[in-house]
Design a protein around this ligand. Structure first.
Ligand SMILES: Cc1cc2nc3c(=O)[nH]c(=O)nc-3n(C[C@H](O)[C@H](O)[C@H](O)COP(=O)(O)OP(=O)(O)OC[C@H]3O[C@@H](n4cnc5c(N)ncnc54)[C@H](O)[C@@H]3O)c2cc1C
Length: 530
């Protein structure tokens, strides 16, 4: 019997658990291994059948496919290994002949990376397309809790064997640890609980502020945890890049990631470290890096205050944005589009009520190059923006560091300063003996680093509107404000439409309003449950 135009009752029963519906043209896939989902999608390009029919004909009813084993219920470890092997065979059978590289984007995986240094986390998060990371926050989590061995959590690889490394890192953590309680108490005194504010909200906001003030003490070798969700193709490239990295920790992570991803999406990461593609590619990346290092000029940089410089912009940007905005609404070539900029831009931005209503694509026709010098903590936050081109220089101590003004006000700046200056001395010795790359591990993230962003105006709107909200960390807020001011100086009319950039100065509990909103949400949920 047919339950709908397409499937018999038996077929519908077989398919039901794999799709969110069997009778509508839009449906989601569920309860299927990644490799099967990838293989199914890849068939769209070579068959007139619907996806549900492909699953039935080519997998479920095809004993040779190994589907039963692959998609079966909970499996033992041995079964898993069999399933993985079959997934490989299955993928080969289905895709050989008509798969291309983009097929590897059709399946994804979640990977957790724990106890990686901040430096390694930055390398993992450097991918811009196809990977979404989330990392342990220095604002919500104390970083001085010891590990299982009772020691502070920072990277201790054999490559870092040097008599100055551990004492310097330990001293930074000890200062952080010693300051957490007095700084929190001082913040609570400065920002007493307000009427109507819950204990939870006040305590969270004040603790977050204290941890924000102290994060600069953490060395770049501090261990963090992160989760990555990404597609197979992005992971393949990430593994190859990590294998080429200058830090041994990152090279080890390439091996670890490859091993674990091979257990869940083997077919998609097979080339990442193989002898034909992956290894030669990694060797080439490393070789070019070394060769480039011998070509680049080096000097003796001096300590500097944070700065955001607009290095390049397009004086003709406004005309290009207007032209691009008119283009899809016209039947004439790009060159023949022209309009009154004020009228066109007013129309384009009419009714934009909040920053989540995205700025239009036409803004991507205006490009800016920023060179930024700010502390590594701020870099670490802003580095996570992906719709731009960016790169950084090695983290060192020559460009100086930031002593958080909030800490100085509380009279607790002295301890912070002596700890980071002692670490700078250790850094110089590590740099001399182990080289600049490894010496980065001991540098507290209060130290400045130089990087560039080449971004279009649409991303500038996104980044500056998001990163200037009052709950943001003051250090990255300042960078985002400066980026915006530089754009405003050269393109005042275009910048004027970024209505949700907050240029205000604050001396407040950044998380206070957010925590209050969270209380309201919790109360609303409570009411719903009751
Ligand atoms: C107040 C605050 C607190 C934060 N706390 C944490 C934290 O505790 N831990 C942490 O790890 N991070 C934290 N972040 C960082 C945050 O998760 C983002 O990584 C970061 O803000 C980059 O923003 P984005 O993804 O919106 O922007 P971009 O990467 O610049 O991208 C621009 C826009 O493009 C789109 N886009 C880009 N890439 C993708 C993609 N792969 N998939 C879908 N859409 C995409 C999105 O619409 C995105 O908004 C925090 C950020 C803020 C502002």
């Amino acid at each position: 019997m047919r339950v709908n135009a397409q499937f018999t009752e038996a077929e519908a029963e077989a398919l039901g658990r794999y799709f969110t519906n069997l009778d509508r043209p839009v449906f989601a896939l569920r309860n299927l291994p990644e490799v099967v989902k990838g293989a199914l999608f890849s068939r769209y390009s070579r068959t007139e059948k619907s996806l549900r029919r492909v699953l039935l004909d080519e997998f479920i009813n095809e004993p040779e496919s190994g589907f039963e084993r692959l998609a079966g219920g909970p499996a033992s470890t041995d079964d898993d290994m069999v399933a993985v092997r079959r997934a490989e065979e299955f993928y080969e059978r289905v895709l050989v002949g008509y798969g291309d590289d983009s097929v590897a984007e059709l399946a994804g995986a979640h990977v957790a990376v724990e106890e990686a240094s901040i430096l390694a986390a930055k390398a993992l998060e450097d991918s811009r397309i196809g990977i979404s990371p989330l990392e342990k926050s220095t604002r919500y989590v104390r970083f001085d809790r010891p590990g299982r061995d009772g020691r502070y959590l920072y990277h201790r690889g054999l490559e870092l064997r040097h008599s100055d490394y551990e004492p310097a890192a330990d001293a930074l953590f000890a200062t952080y640890s010693r300051l957490v309680e007095p700084v929190t108490s001082a913040i609570r005194e400065k920002f007493p609980q307000e009427e109507g504010e819950s204990d939870r909200a006040w305590k969270s906001a004040t603790r977050a502020k204290a941890l924000d003030l102290l994060r600069g003490l953490l060395p770049a070798g501090t261990l963090t945890n992160l989760g990555l969700f990404g597609n197979g193709r992005a992971f393949e490239y990430l593994i190859t890049k990590m294998a080429a990295h200058e830090l041994p920790e990152c090279r080890q992570l390439a091996t670890d990631l490859h091993r674990e991803l091979s257990l869940v999406i083997p077919a998609f990461v097979r080339r990442a470290l193989d002898e034909k593609y992956g290894r030669p590619s990694a060797e080439r990346i490393a070789g070019v890096r070394d060769a480039m290092a011998s070509l680049a000029r080096r000097g003796e940089p001096a300590a500097t205050t944070p700065a955001v410089r607009l290095v390049e912009f397009d004086p003709d940007a406004e005309r290009k944005v207007v032209q691009a905005a008119l283009f899809p609404n016209s039947n004439l070539p790009l060159g023949e589009q022209a309009g009154d900029p004020g009228t066109v831009l007013d129309t384009l931005f009419a009714g934009r009520a909040n920053r989540r209503q995205r700025a239009p694509r036409a803004l991507e026709h205006a490009q800016y190059l920023f060179e930024i010098t700010a502390n590594f903590g701020a870099y670490r936050d802003l580095h996570r923006h992906r719709m731009l081109t960016q790169d950084r220089q090695s983290l060192g101590t020559a460009l100086g560091y930031d002593l958080p003004p909030g800490l100085e006000e509380l009279g607790l700046g002295g301890d912070f300063a002596s700890a980071v200056e002692a670490a700078a001395t250790a850094h110089d010795r590590l740099e001399r003996d182990l080289g600049a790359a490894l010496a980065q591990y001991v540098v507290p993230i209060a130290f400045h680093v130089r990087w560039y962003f080449r971004a279009n105006l649409r991303e500038v709107f996104h980044l500056c509107e998001l990163r200037t909200t009052p709950q943001g960390h003051p250090e990255y807020r300042w960078v985002a404000q400066q980026m915006f001011l530089r754009v405003q100086e050269v393109h005042p009319r275009l910048a004027g439409y970024a209505r949700f950039v907050d240029l205000g100065e604050r001396d407040e509990l950044e998380r206070r309003a957010s925590e209050r909103r969270m209380d309201e949400k919790l109360q609303a949920l409570d009411r719903k449950v009751r």
